[in-house]
Design a protein. Structure first.
Lengths: 198, 549
């Protein structure tokens, strides 16, 4: 690895602690940089949880705003994404509760609306059959918020169990059992959806 | 073991326990099938969930967050000691700006003097009554009100230039909450016009801070773009250069004040941005197509206009050896490059943050994120280190070269040779098959075009199976072919995938015959035979089908 490459690989995660320190001291630009670094994964987590671009957009903004307000409580040195994920998950849970109380505002996803202007990151994703994808997402959306969260963190974000435990504020054993249940539930619902099809 | 299967798949199980699971997987078809299913489900879900909006959305998101912070900080200043000084500064700046504006209005119209006096008196009184912070905050709030109401009483005949001044006052005030000294922003007051020299000078003092990045401000600002603006314009340059609607400039009331409770306007703006992004999306789609057409080497005029930066890098394996022929994709922009013999690649990318993925047959996709700087050529090496997907010990053979038999020495392989597992008597592994002699290789030989990544991955998995000669390795390869088959949805490599799946299933059965494997192999062979053209590949498959019976 040459000098430039080493510099880049060091730059990437290295100075996050410094950025947090500066942001804690009120440096706006440092916080903007933190937002820039985590905006995509946080959005993806929010989108995975809500399955609606509008909600994910709101929730991502809210996550960062709350993160800023609670930045003093963030322990420098810990990975930041699980911490942000926890804020996002808490919000999605309370949003879900609110929506449950007011069923007229449905949490039904606007998948189509999101997809109309969305572009996929993954070249392979484009080739997955549209029908299969639709079924998979439909099954995923039937899952409870906790199961969605655990799947988004593990499958989409590829987080470690430790980070997931941190993000969901539960012991690792719970992460494992919840993940297993979520995967089994997804399979069950997927099979049920496929069974309906002729 | 079944309980630990998922944890093992997720990399949570380590050491000897992991080896136990791997050993069990070699002998237990049920578990390996379940593993394959779980991996497939995860992989499809991952692809389905990664449904990102246009990259421009993320820029707008960041701006929205930062704007909200300013507004929220002003609102919540009581509970945030950290912000008190900033808000105080903001209030002060607002007062100065409001006063200067009012002075100008008074000078020009002659009608606002009374109002100005009243305002000054009110502010003086409030300051005298309560010299502590609350008064400052109140002043700040008042100035918010004045900001909105200032123009009507002062100037019945106000023109557009004055309206603009009023808004500049807002910019400078809320910007001061940032308290970051960026002198260039002072120039925002300059376009206010020659009629207001005093304002320009005073506002210049007041706005020596970063204005929170609001999309519309671009249309008011005329000089000295900040770094952020350059970044933004670079990001949206492709859309602009192709006469698509610019992302942020279409909002007619671009620089209107952002009231604290004005989330709805933000939403409108977001919708506006979104619709523009759609257009941009189409443009970028067209660009990608154009790229394909022009062999993606020559930067098009669009790309040139976007002031792209050439990013070069190198892909190497974990041992640091260069990897030739690896595919490198800038995911957000759909730019693709292949590494040369020395593992090097180059991509033309606009400035900003990018995600690069390196893919190579038999290796996990490696992802890295990095920033491309502004201006000039960039010649930075990026080392992406793909990890072998099927164990560390894997070495890909050169084309046509026979693969050595099961590598018992494969160091960190989680898929050890089958013979290590149980004492059960099983059929001896078949002799190694040269790469080109596989059924899928025979079928693919006639196809000119390059195989898609899924097929290449499956080919690699099959080679690995040949190398290891275990039933699990063949099962894994079968899974890989099955996935390729599902992804392909027809096309020239459809028969190749069917052939690969058939061979892998057949060989898995051959090593360890079970009724389930026999059924799976029979299905796969039939699926191939119904499509296979006459020739040696078909004959061989037919012979295998006979063997199964």
């Amino acid at each position: 690895m040459n000098e430039a490459a080493r510099r880049i690989s060091q730059e990437a995660p290295g100075d996050e602690g410094d950025l947090v320190h500066r942001a804690q001291a009120g440096d706006h630009r440092a916080f903007a940089e933190l937002v820039r670094r985590h905006r995509r994964p946080v959005y993806r987590i929010c989108y995975g949880l809500t399955r609606s671009h509008e909600d994910a957009d709101d929730m991502t903004q809210e996550t960062f705003v709350r993160a800023y307000q609670a930045l003093d409580r963030f322990r420098v040195g810990e990975p930041m994404l699980p911490w942000l994920a926890r804020i996002a998950i808490n919000q999605s849970l309370s949003l879900h509760r609110r929506r449950k109380r007011r069923p007229e505002t449905s949490i039904e996803p606007l998948v189509e609306a999101g997809r109309q202007w969305g572009t996929s990151d993954d070249p392979a994703a484009a080739t997955v059959s549209a029908e299969e994808r639709r079924q998979l997402l439909a099954a995923f959306e039937q899952l409870g918020m906790e199961h969605r969260a655990v799947l988004v963190l593990r499958v989409e974000q590829e987080m470690s169990y430790d980070d997931m435990a941190h993000a969901m504020n539960v012991p690792i054993g719970t992460v494992m059992s919840r993940l297993a249940r979520a995967r089994a539930e997804l399979k069950k619902r997927l099979e049920a959806l496929r069974g309906k099809k002729p | 073991v079944e309980d630990r299967l998922e944890a093992w798949m997720d990399g949570r199980v380590q050491g000897s326990e992991a080896e136990d699971v791997a050993r069990h997987l070699e002998s237990c078809f049920r578990c390996s099938a379940e593993l394959a299913r779980l991996m497939g489900q995860d992989e499809k879900l991952r692809a389905a969930l990664r449904d990102d909006p246009n990259p421009a959305y993320f820029d707008s998101l960041e701006k929205k967050v930062m704007s909200r912070l300013v507004v929220d900080r002003a609102r919540d200043s009581r509970s945030h000691t950290r912000n008190r000084a900033l808000v105080r500064l903001a209030g002060l700046a607002a007062v100065i700006a409001a006063v200067s504006m009012a002075a100008v209005l008074g000078m020009r119209e002659g009608g606002g003097v009374d109002w100005l006096r009243a305002t000054l008196a009110k502010q003086k009184a409030s300051r005298a009554q309560a010299p502590a912070e609350p008064a400052q905050e109140q002043t700040f709030r008042e100035s918010v009100d004045q900001d909105g109401d200032a123009a009507p009483p002062a100037s019945p005949g106000k023109d557009g230039g004055e309206r603009k001044e009023g808004r500049e006052v807002w910019s400078s005030r809320s910007g001061s909450a940032d308290a970051k000294k960026v002198p260039t922003v002072g120039s925002t007051a300059a376009p206010a016009g020659p009629a207001a020299p005093g304002l320009a000078a005073r506002s210049g003092r007041a706005v020596e801070m970063t204005v929170p990045t609001r999309p519309g401000e671009e249309s008011v600002r005329k000089t000295a773009p900040t770094e952020l603006e350059r970044q933004r314009s670079a990001a949206s340059a492709p859309a602009k250069s192709s006469a698509a609607p610019p992302v942020f400039a279409t909002k007619p009331q671009a620089a209107q004040p952002l009231a604290a409770d004005d989330r709805t306007k933000q939403r409108d703006e977001a919708a506006n941005v979104r619709s523009n992004e759609k257009a941009q999306d189409q443009v970028s789609g067209a660009r990608t197509d154009a790229n394909k057409a022009t062999a993606a080497r020559e930067p098009s005029s669009l790309e040139a206009a976007a002031a792209n930066v050439q990013v070069c890098g190198k892909v190497s394996d974990p041992q640091g050896r260069p990897m030739a022929g690896a595919q490198v994709v800038a995911t957000a922009f759909g730019r693709i490059s292949r590494t040369d013999a020395a593992g090097g690649f180059c991509l033309e990318l606009p400035p900003g943050r990018h995600e690069l993925r390196a893919m190579s047959v038999g290796y996990n996709t490696a992802v890295t994120t990095f920033d491309v700087g502004y201006g000039g050529m960039r010649d930075a090496d990026l080392t992406l280190a793909p990890v072998p997907a099927l164990g560390e010990g894997m070495r890909l053979p050169a084309a046509g070269q026979a693969v050595p038999p099961a590598a018992a020495d494969s160091p960190a392989s989680t898929l050890g040779p089958y013979t290590r597992s149980t004492g059960r008597k099983v059929a001896a592994p078949p002799p190694p098959v040269p790469a080109a002699k596989t059924l899928s290789g025979m079928v693919a030989a006639g196809i000119r075009s390059e195989p898609p990544p899924s097929v290449m991955a499956a080919q690699a998995a099959e080679l690995k199976a040949i190398e290891l000669g275990t039933a699990l390795a063949w099962e894994t390869a079968a899974f890989s072919w099955n996935r390729a088959f599902e992804l392909l949805q027809g096309g020239p490599f459809d028969a190749t995938a069917r052939a690969g799946l058939a061979e892998c299933r057949y060989r898995a059965w051959k090593i360890m015959p079970t009724p389930t494997r026999a059924r799976a192999a029979s299905e796969a062979l039939t699926s191939f035979l119904v499509r296979a053209p006459h020739g040696p590949a078909r004959d061989r498959a037919a012979a295998w089908a006979e063997d199964l019976k």
